[in-house]
Design a protein around this ligand. Structure first.
Ligand code: UD1
Length: 368
């Protein structure tokens, strides 16, 4: 029996990992155990998402919570190592680029346990982003690098990573989207909020560069208020953004201007809101991908993206950081879904096939 341990901790990890867990579950040669680090602990960012996904109940919960990057990553490292020493899995699977991803990968690599990284090779080339540091280091520590677009392999090759480790499997986040699309669409979440279909802008913002600096967060709020003068704006607010906006007094200003500041939405509700939106404005990574597949125009409030394929396909506009660029945001009722190769709902299955072949041929414990 090959024993796999998953290290997950934040909202996007659950969405990206669920399809792999499901594909491995169908293979009797493997057993699996799920460790939730507790990086995200608010029900809206954790339990509600897990429930929407039908995610198996985690076997362990580490409760690392919030803190500085060093505190949070350090706690993951210490607590996840304890689990590994007890459970001695054959393989650790991590996904994405959050602090939990890095902490789990580092603890495993130091113990000589192979690491598989889902969503390897993405690069924004912006070293001020904590996620970019997490991506580069996690890829360097990983033995199995599962990529979702061709440029990821190019990025990894440029960093000297052996091509034998890289497996182009497609996008597991889009597996989750495709599986739950009918349920999400049927919710018609915009109706419950009395928003006009294709006539509102769906906003999410939580990147440190947009929300941590008080002057910037106030400028962002001003820009959203101007936007709300042109179209209804619905804004499920991430906890870190909420605390910054509340601290600067901008939350009340937004509400007074008619911006619908909601609690973070569940997974199905959020997908549903993307379907009904006229445009999406975000600084998230995964939402650029989801919006591209749904075909709703996406505008990204960042100076770089690690998802250039979404821009190349014309479904995502990189606005940069100048807030006057929000003038470009326009609602549209035209849907132009991007058909991106291997974003087809079967990426998790392809991950399982690679692991099955690798472990079946006895190379599972090999370390580079
Ligand atoms: C993290 C990821 C980011 C990802 C995002 C998805 C890192 C470096 N960042 O950002 O890449 O896009 O998750 O949501 O890992 N907080 C709560 N409740 C929670 C979690 C966080 O209130 O359940 C608040 C705390 O004040 C915390 C702050 O949000 O200090 C930041 O949380 P953290 O997990 O460090 O990063 P995110 O901003 O969520």
């Amino acid at each position: 029996m090959i024993r796999i341990t998953y290290g997950v901790g934040a909202r996007p990890n659950f969405i990206k990992t669920a399809p792999v867990i499901e594909a491995i579950r169908r293979r009797p040669a493997f057993s699996q155990s799920i460790v939730h680090t507790g990086q995200h602990y608010d029900p809206a960012l954790s339990e509600d998402i897990l429930e929407d996904l039908g995610f198996p109940h985690p076997d362990r919960f580490l409760g690392v919570g919030s803190g500085t990057h060093a505190e949070q990553t350090g706690r993951v490292l210490i607590e996840f190592e304890r689990v590994l020493l007890e459970d001695t899995p054959d393989l650790v699977v991590v996904s994405g680029d959050v602090n939990s991803t890095l902490g789990c990968a580092l603890a495993s690599a130091k113990l000589g346990i192979p690491v598989a990284h889902i969503e390897a090779g993405l690069r924004s080339f912006d070293w001020t982003m904590p996620e970019e540091i997490n991506r580069v280091v996690t890829d360097r520590l990983s033995q199995y690098l599962f990529t979702h677009s061709p440029e990821a392999a190019t990025n990894l090759a440029a960093e000297g990573i052996d091509g034998d480790r890289v497996h182009y499997v497609g996008n597991t986040m889009i597996d989750s989207l495709r599986r739950l699309a009918p349920a999400a669409h049927a919710r018609e979440a915009w109706k419950g909020l009395r928003l006009p279909e294709y006539g509102y802008v769906l906003v999410t913002l939580h990147r440190p560069r947009n929300v941590d600096d008080p002057a910037r967060v106030t400028a962002v709020a001003d820009a959203l208020i101007r936007l709300a003068g042109r179209a209804p704006v619905v804004f499920p607010v991430h906890p870190r953004t909420r605390s910054r906006l509340a601290g600067s007094g901008d939350l009340d200003r937004l509400a007074d201007a008619g911006v619908r500041c909601l609690e973070p939405a569940g997974y199905l509700d959020f997908l549903s809101l993307q379907w009904g939106a006229g445009a999406v404005l975000t600084d998230s990574g995964g939402i650029q991908e989801e919006a591209s597949v749904i075909g709703v125009p996406c505008y990204t409030l960042r100076r770089s993206t690690e998802r250039p394929i979404t821009v190349e396909r014309g479904t995502n506009v990189l606005l940069g950081e100048d807030l006057s660029a929000l003038a470009q945001v326009e609602c549209s009722d035209v849907r132009t879904p991007a058909a991106i190769p291997l974003w087809d709902g079967h990426a998790g299955e392809r991950v399982a096939v690679v692991l099955e072949e690798a472990y079946g041929s006895g190379v599972g414990r090999a370390q580079g």
